[in-house]
Design a protein around this ligand. Structure first.
Ligand SMILES: Cc1ncc(C[n+]2csc(CCOP(=O)(O)OP(=O)(O)O)c2C)c(N)n1
Ligand SMILES: [Mg+2]
Length: 331
């Protein structure tokens, strides 16, 4: 593979961390120890890790909602202590326990996690425009699912980014599903990235179960963006092993997804795929991988202890009201 030993190590480490964090989030959700909901990322970890492990701190990033952006954020070295504390409504959370899933890490250039599919496109274009004007080589990593490309704003963003040669990467995490709808029901072409050709934007389709394949494609796209070559569309074909969010039935259309199909998918679990590759190519040893697992489990335990021991956020109502920019009602 076209990656240095250090890059392979970083990717393997972040992938293993992401798997243990995802397992922890699922466990806590089932125990009623998370605020809100959780969109599990089991099986669907490699795109976020591959895309975000080599970003600089001052590169903007919009995380995808799967895994609540956790694979992306831990790869961008965002503090997971305050991430989990936020998800548990604690005063030590990144937004002082007021946001749950709608967090923000401004010092790390992650400004939002919205509940609106496609929310990411307009701010990403704005940040990329600002980055181009600043001229300091920043890039914007815009991560979202196949479903988000049904939004009109996705097409406007691609047009502006391509036309103005903005330093941006469109990472499409295509798991072939949008809740219960299959991608074939939503898109007329097999590859969502074929949209990019309409804007004369370079596009590549990669195996989204293989973190190294994602990283190779993304590194090339980042290099193009940093050196004035404009945006790239990277489509990572990936798999979602579990239901859309914990507690929702796991349907495709009106039917349960079949046990056979899920068992078949599990053969391509991303840590398994990566482990097989590094061992076969002599890039790491099993002992090194075991050590990464131990390190990740210890990190998860430490992060959980921090969240559990932190005080519950109890902001006064006046303070909450002062933090609301706009409000509305649909009734
Ligand atoms: C504007 C908008 N429409 C619909 C929804 C409901 N919704 C939440 S997640 C989702 C599917 C998103 O699919 P995709 O972007 O492919 O991501 P995935 O969940 O498959 O990882 C939908 C339709 C929403 N949150 N926002
Ligand atoms: Mg999807």
């Amino acid at each position: 593979m076209n990656l240095s030993d250090n890059q392979v190590n970083v990717l393997m480490r972040n992938l293993i961390r992401a798997r243990h964090f995802d397992e922890m989030m699922v466990r806590r959700m089932m125990q009623g120890r998370l605020i809100g909901f959780y969109h599990p990322a089991e099986g669907h970890l490699a795109p976020g890790v591959g895309a975000c492990s080599f970003l600089n701190r001052d590169d903007n990033m919009n995380p995808h909602h799967r895994g609540h952006g956790m694979p992306h954020m831990l790869s961008k070295n965002i503090p997971m202590h305050t991430y989990l504390a936020e998800h548990t409504g604690k005063a030590t959370g990144c937004c002082e326990g007021r946001s749950a899933f709608h967090f923000s890490f401004p010092d790390d250039k992650v400004y939002q996690m919205s509940g609106f599919i496609g929310h990411n496109f307009a701010p990403s274009v704005g940040w990329a425009w600002a980055a181009k004007r600043r001229g300091q080589g920043q890039v914007v990593m815009n991560c979202s699912g196949d479903g988000s490309y049904g939004q009109g704003r996705a097409h406007e963003a691609m047009l502006m980014a391509a036309n103005w040669k903005l330093p941006m990467v469109f990472l499409c995490e295509n798991n072939g599903m949008s809740i219960f709808a299959s991608a074939s029901e939503m898109h007329p072409t097999e590859n969502v990235s074929s949209l990019a050709s309409g804007f004369d934007m370079p596009a590549v389709v990669v195996d989204g179960q293989d973190v190294f394949a994602v990283a190779e494609a993304v590194l090339e796209a980042i290099e193009r963006a940093r050196t004035g070559g404009g945006p790239t569309f990277v489509e990572a074909k990936c798999l979602r092993f579990r239901e859309h969010d914990i507690g929702t039935p796991d349907l495709e259309g009106w039917e349960d997804r079949s046990d056979e199909a899920l068992a078949h998918m599990r053969e391509r679990e991303p840590v398994r795929v990566a482990t097989e590759r590094v061992l076969a190519e002599g890039l790491m040893t099993q002992d090194q991988i075991d050590a990464l697992n131990e390190e990740a489990l210890a990190e998860v335990a430490d992060v959980e202890a921090f969240a559990d021991e932190s005080p519950i956020a109890r902001p006064p109502v006046a303070e909450l009201e002062a933090a609301v920019f706009a409000g509305g009602s649909s009734s």
